[in-house]
Ligand binder design. Structure first.
Ligand SMILES: [Zn+2]
Length: 467
């Protein structure tokens, strides 16, 4: 079969891989499925890719399969639906529950940003348009087709697909695609979780794959020891609260918020941080929190048995407050000892940008970064020690303490990626690395070649390969 990398190549966003079964002569047989349909995020030159004409007519794609509900894996779907895609979008039941939350929020954010840019006139375009609107998102949501883990289905003739637990966020899947006529199998790791996610069961190992398409976000990194990182987190939070400051935590709305709440609950129960109000300020995060709570309550097999046994108290606590309305969000921007968890995770948009504007100029406060910060994002600039950052066209001085905790990464690190890959028996004859910045992918490629002696490619955007 033929794989064409249309996104997530040379970058960590915009994941899209076209899969086409082949005729006996090697030509594509005319069927097409797309694995993931992610939005490009980050610096302007990467985001610009969302606006380029799609490289093929979306009406010619028969079906899609989503590995998970993160925006960089499903966020471009409404644009393709608007441009003519009408097929089913297969995904796990929890992805089908989470993706609508993400897509609606994305459409709304774009509508708001466009309206704001029009009003303030800071767009380079005379009449800025959103990438897509809420109507496009609703039409995309109608196409979501849940499939249980472990069930084989045939989205197009000659291709059989199966989803297995990915362990990265709730609903995330490892996708196996089998070409029946030629007996070839490709496994897509999607974003791969770690064995020690505080809420989720570990990722399923790949089996009997001829080729594996493996993510490489942290291909050149090793995550720190969780215990020492939690000590550091407790210390940062404690000293900020004690000096009367606010801890602002930009967090990906889905999963990161739940993982953080789990850690805050534990640190608080162990009296390693003072009890202070914890505000979850993101409508999207709150909607996702309800999906997680339902999964915990229902004993979903994606949840670890320990958390199922604890029930909702695993992440809920008496001092947890929900900020749903914009007024409640704005009311948080007065000084005080509290913790605010707000999206987006790389501070590229959403309510957290307003909190950064309010809290960055005061040295009593702290911004705690807990997730991957892509090059060019405000989160990365803070991490790299910027003295000021631009928010909504305005330069904001950075005086607050900036801290980073890597313990919450829900991406496997280099050792974990290698361990997952080498658990495939027999080892695959081809490995393709996607979803990584070039240095990271190359470092992982080198390790796979030297430690596992496998043929590895890091495909470029638009590159087509054969399995
Ligand atoms: Zn992800």
């Amino acid at each position: 079969m033929l794989l064409t990398f249309l996104g997530g190549a040379g970058t960590v966003t915009g994941s899209k891989t076209l899969v086409e079964p082949e005729l006996p002569g090697g030509a594509p047989n005319g069927s097409r499925i797309l694995i993931d349909c992610g939005m490009f995020q980050g610096p302007r030159d990467v985001r610009r890719l969302n606006w380029e004409p799609f490289s093929l007519d979306p009406a010619t794609i028969d079906a899609m399969v989503l590995t998970h509900a993160h925006l960089d894996h499903c966020g471009y779907l409404p644009a393709l639906v608007r441009d003519g895609f009408t097929g089913p979008v297969y995904c796990s039941p929890n992805t089908a529950a989470l993706a609508p939350i993400i897509l609606r929020d994305s459409a709304r954010l774009q509508e708001e940003d466009t309206a704001w840019a029009r009003k303030k006139g800071f767009s380079r375009h005379a009449d800025p348009e959103p990438l897509y609107d809420s109507e496009d998102a609703e039409r995309a949501i109608e196409l979501l087709t849940p499939i249980e883990f472990g069930q084989t289905f045939e989205p197009v003739p000659d291709l059989q697909v199966r989803l297995d637990v990915g362990g990265h966020i709730l609903g995330s899947s490892v996708v196996t695609v089998h070409e029946t006529s030629r007996g070839r199998t490709v496994v897509f790791s999607g974003d791969l979780g770690r064995g020690n996610h505080p809420l989720l069961a570990p990722p399923s190992p790949p089996c009997e794959a001829d080729a594996i398409v493996l993510e490489s976000t942290y291909g050149d990194r090793a995550h720190g020891e969780i215990d020492s990182e939690l000590d550091e987190m407790a210390a940062v939070i404690t000293r900020t609260l004690k000096r009367g400051g606010t801890v602002v935590i930009p967090a990906f709305a889905v999963d990161r918020t739940e993982v953080l709440l789990r850690a805050l609950r534990a640190l608080q129960d162990q009296q390693r941080i003072p009890v202070a109000p914890i505000h979850v300020d993101s409508p999207m995060a709150l909607a996702a929190l309800r999906v997680y709570l339902a999964a915990i309550r229902d004993g979903d097999p994606e949840i670890t048995s320990a958390v199922r046994a604890e029930g909702e108290d695993a992440i809920d606590m008496p001092n947890l407050h929900e900020a749903t309305t914009p007024q409640q969000s704005m009311a948080l921007d007065s000084s005080g000892a509290r913790i605010i968890v707000s999206a987006s995770g790389m501070a590229t948009g959403g309510r957290v940008t307003h909190h950064l504007k309010a809290f960055l100029p005061d040295r009593d406060n702290c911004v705690l970064l807990v997730g991957f910060q892509a090059v060019g994002t405000p989160g990365r600039m803070l991490l790299d020690g910027a003295h000021e950052i631009k928010i909504h066209g305005q330069y904001i001085p950075v005086h607050a303490e900036i801290a980073e905790i890597e313990a919450f990464s829900v991406h496997a690190d280099a050792d974990e990626l290698l361990a997952w890959l080498s658990s495939c028996r027999p080892l695959p004859s081809q490995v393709f690395l996607n979803h990584g910045e070039p240095d990271s992918s190359e470092a992982l490629a080198e390790r796979i070649r030297s430690e596992l002696d496998l043929a590895v490619d890091v495909p470029e955007m638009g590159e087509r390969v054969r399995v």
